[in-house]
Design a protein around this ligand. Sequence first.
Ligand code: 13P
Length: 249
Amino acid sequence: MRSKIVAGNWKMNKNLAETDALLAELSAKLPDTTAEVMVAPTFVNLTGALSTLESSTIQVIAQNMHFAENGAYTGEISADMLLNIGINTVIIGHSERRAYFGETDEILAKKVKAALAKNMRVMFCFGEELQDRKSDNHFNIVESQLRNALFDLEASAWKNIILAYEPVWAIGTGETASPEQAQEMHAFIRKTITDAFDVTIANEVSILYGGSVKPNNAVEIFSKPDVDGGLIGGASLIADDFMAIVKAI
Ligand code: 13P
């Protein structure tokens, strides 16, 4: 089902005490909303976050996972480990994983399949770099990122997919895509999915925008018809800013 979603990707920020304090503030300030609100703290604080948010509707999600079931993969975390503690949504394909940890489309396709096989929800991230946009290649890049990781899935798998379009040039830079640029790409994404699958799947999938979403630009970005919410980095670390973005949806 196409739902409105605001998710905070905390990346490698906030220790245990800070996580607890921020979550307490978020759950106290959460406005009445029909949108799904999610936070992705670092792995070591997931269990603590789940217990702090026990009576809150804010969902706790993971930033990454490995594709293998288990085994000799030092430093990695499996889908079962996440499910076992009560996490059932995972971010896969963030541009920082692609850029700094060598995650290729091929690896990401395996991760997506591994998560879906366990009935997890996948928040799949993708987006072009600045040079791609400057050379007018951004639609091709996005199409190939989607095709390589998602287009051999069964149609029925799409109910567990959330897409997050995050142009790399807008992440952490303060430079956001204009609402028109976001809408143009989100409409392109829906058309690409319509062509590869069908219009129902394309219309049912939630497509989030990520990249320097702040309280002062969220309303305008979220007002676009194909933008179903946001994946928020920096502004999700400040309770009032994140909640202002939740209100904007
Ligand atoms: P910023 O909101 O800090 O630009 O980060 C976006 C992001 O990468 C969310 O995953």
